[in-house]
Design a protein around this ligand. Sequence first.
Ligand code: 6XA
Ligand code: ZN
Length: 344
Amino acid sequence: MLVVRSDDHLLHAPAGEVYGGRLVEPFERPDRWNSIVAALDAAGFTDVREPEPLDADALAAVHDPRYVDFLRTAWDEWTADGYDGDMIPTCFPVRRMQQHPPIDIDGRLGYYAFAAETSITSGTWSAALASAAIARTAQGLVSRGESAAFGLCRPPGHHAGLDYFGGYCFLNNAAVAAHGFRESGAERVAVLDVDFHHGNGTQDIFYDRGDVFFASLHGDPAHEFPHFSGFADETGIGAGTGATCNYPLPPGTGFIEWSEALADACARLVEHGAEALVVSLGVDTFGGDPISSFELATDDYSEMGRSLGRLGLPTVYVMEGGYAVDAIGVNTVNVLVGHEETSP
Ligand code: 6XA
Ligand code: ZN
């Protein structure tokens, strides 16, 4: 399987993350990438490509252009206002407040954020753009005939919605790939999100579209981030009615129960007629993950990959979460190897 990756991820390295009332070392940090690359190298995934530059239309198709402009200029506006720390949102437009972006950058930061653990730094825009370009490049390679590709995206993307960031995500890489498949001729596309957290951003972007089916298996938002999205009764709207499918699962979920949900999600996406598949691949479902509560084991990821490969669809994997840094490489690679074992 081809791998698409870029050193530009290094440009995004916030100094801290708001967690448990403290500013701690971010869980989503550059050495995650090193762990995955080391495991890819060890497993012989040597066909590595750099991302091609992203055309502007690819972002405009899945994000509000005003939000993209905000991300592009945010750091310069922040420093022009005299600030020099990372941009951490602190004020949000909650119920019964005005829902429009103010002029000053502090206000716009809160307007476009949905969570405060995610900072914007001097290099965040460049890193996020490269990450989205990785997803688009991987999709392009698959649309041109590769059976599957892995986009080692960092920062991740599945929490980034039409016009908001949070959960370590800025641009929605999976959505860029899914829309890319549509542009390349697939009538129907599926995004399957196996990260521990609900892919609220991907759901948001495709919620009213019938051409992109979205399924997510995740920690029940009654207990887990992103708290306000990912419940089973969120099933799509308008033309997208029935094309969103959520599997909220309880803390302590192990691979047997998780696999039952996966089988159901796979049956649904086949039923939907998907001609191409984007997998939001987070491995924070691992039992040793420091911020999650599922109990998957390293070998389970091989079986997960075999199940996904059996779908026989042109597939792009995009990297999402996973924070047990020593284990995420092998867990990720196990999925890709499993996929190759069973895909036609
Ligand atoms: C914030 C937790 C963010 C989790 C982000 C993630 N306390 N998403 O892994 O997949
Ligand atoms: Zn996650």
